[in-house]
Design a protein around this ligand. Structure first.
Ligand SMILES: CC1=C(CCC(=O)O)c2cc3nc(cc4[nH]c(cc5[nH]c(cc1n2)c(C)c5CCC(=O)O)c(CCC(=O)O)c4C)C(CCC(=O)O)=C3C
Ligand SMILES: [Fe+2]
Length: 375
């Protein structure tokens, strides 16, 4: 068993997230950061900008991350784990490079990274690894010695991630009118990505239709639906659906879209739907706009009772799960035997991304993988 308080060789945890605007003037520069070199049509950008302006130009993601930082620091302190927690983003302040520079100034040499994305995919994994490599190179160019960075394994099937979502679905079911509750279907929703990017997600052996991205989401959906059945005695039919499609219309992305799905369920006389946004770690703009605004309006138009269940956010069980993952990885790095905690059939995901995992269209250096230039 790993020592409950020993994170050696790590001397810091870095929460690595997406970032989001904090006021109207931030929206356009933020979107420029996100889409630089990504081939997103201008009309889509204008449209997404409007989503942010609808909420005063403020994304909830930064406050969600501040709350998660507090939860992690509290959990670590309560359990005698002396590991400082930092925060840096890919697309908005605090920027990753600035945070890593602060960490070097604080003498941190061995950093473990927690990304706010639980699954494999280019956008959810390799792109963060590319951002890390880029920032480490920037520090080197400044004459600093970059720290060594490792990334926590994907936590989609860790109980700290699953349990709050199971409870969230139960709460949403309980919140539905009694006469439609038992007949409700579950729609597990995640970010749509290009089919080509799904098919090549995960290690090369897992490439194929939908790849690790779809496989991992199907497993999470199944685990939640099964836990709900065990706890309520009701077998709710479920489906994995997608949201927040972007990109050019002629390029295929994962389907069905949540709104089309709601229409289809309504036509099939399904009495109610619970949408569980399993693809997201917190209630950020994709959840607030695409589900709580757009999908909600669609359900109302159809007269279909709908509830949206909670994301894990800063749930103390998620923070405790992260502590477990940190201690597990630290023990692995010390060469100790560990039994990694993972529910379901897929087992614990790899600690180190192999070559060819979630490839980019144009190859770039990526940290925290077997072929990292910063080992
Ligand atoms: C898989 C995935 C996650 C989940 C994993 C993770 O969390 O990392 C995620 C999260 C997020 N995506 C976010 C925002 C945006 N994503 C965009 C664009 C894109 N996302 C993609 C995928 C994902 N995205 C893809 C394939 C694109 C197309 C462009 C490209 O190929 O890169 C765009 C551009 C406009 C548009 O096209 O929609 C924006 C503004 C925010 C912040 C929200 C906030 O501010 O609260 C968050 C957490
Ligand atoms: Fe996105």
């Amino acid at each position: 068993m790993p020592d409950a308080r020993d994170a050696t060789p790590y001397d810091a945890l870095l929460l690595l997230s997406f970032g989001g605007p904090e006021g109207p003037d931030d929206v356009i520069p933020f979107l420029e950061n996100v889409t630089r070199g990504r081939g997103i049509p201008k009309e889509r950008l204008k449209e997404v900008g409007e989503h942010y302006f609808l909420f005063g130009g403020v994304s909830p993601i930064n406050d969600q991350n501040r709350a998660l930082l507090d939860a992690l620091r509290k959990d670590f302190a309560d359990h005698g784990l002396d590991l400082p927690v930092y925060w840096g983003n890919r697309n908005w302040a605090p920027y990753l490079t600035d945070t890593l520079r602060d960490m070097v100034a604080d003498g941190r040499r061995r950093v473990l990274v927690l990304a706010t994305s639980a699954y494999a995919s280019y956008s959810g994994c390799r792109q963060y690894r590319e951002n890390l490599a880029e920032s480490l190179a920037a520090l080197e160019a400044e004459g600093l010695e970059p720290p060594r960075v490792d990334k926590l394994r994907h936590y989609f099937n860790h109980p700290g991630f699953l349990e709050p979502m199971i409870e969230g679905v139960l709460a949403s079911l309980a919140d539905l009118p009694e006469d439609v509750r038992d007949g409700a279907h579950l729609a597990f929703s995640t970010h749509s990505i290009p089919n080509a990017s799904a098919d090549t997600s995960g290690p090369v052996e897992e490439h194929g239709e939908g790849g690790a991205y779809v496989g991992q989401h199907l497993e999470v959906s199944r685990l939640i639906a099964e836990a709900v059945r065990e706890r309520t005695g009701v077998d709710h039919p479920w489906q994995l659906v997608y949201q927040s499609r972007s990109g050019a219309p002629h390029i295929p992305w994962l389907e069905p879209d949540i709104c089309d799905h709601l229409e289809e369920r309504h036509e099939a006389a399904v009495p109610a739907v619970v949408i569980a946004p399993i693809g997201f770690v917190s209630d950020h703009m994709e959840v607030l706009y695409d589900l709580d605004t757009e999908a909600k309006a669609k359900a109302e138009e159809l007269g279909l009772p709908m509830r949206r269940s909670a994301t894990v956010g800063a749930d103390p069980r998620f923070a405790a799960g992260i502590r477990d993952l940190v201690l597990e990885r630290a023990a692995v790095e010390r060469g100790q035997e560990v039994t990694p905690c993972a529910l379901g059939a897929l087992g614990a995901d790899h600690n180190l991304c192999p070559v060819g995992c979630c490839p980019a269209r144009a190859p770039k250096p990526a940290a925290a993988g077997v072929d990292s230039p910063y080992a």
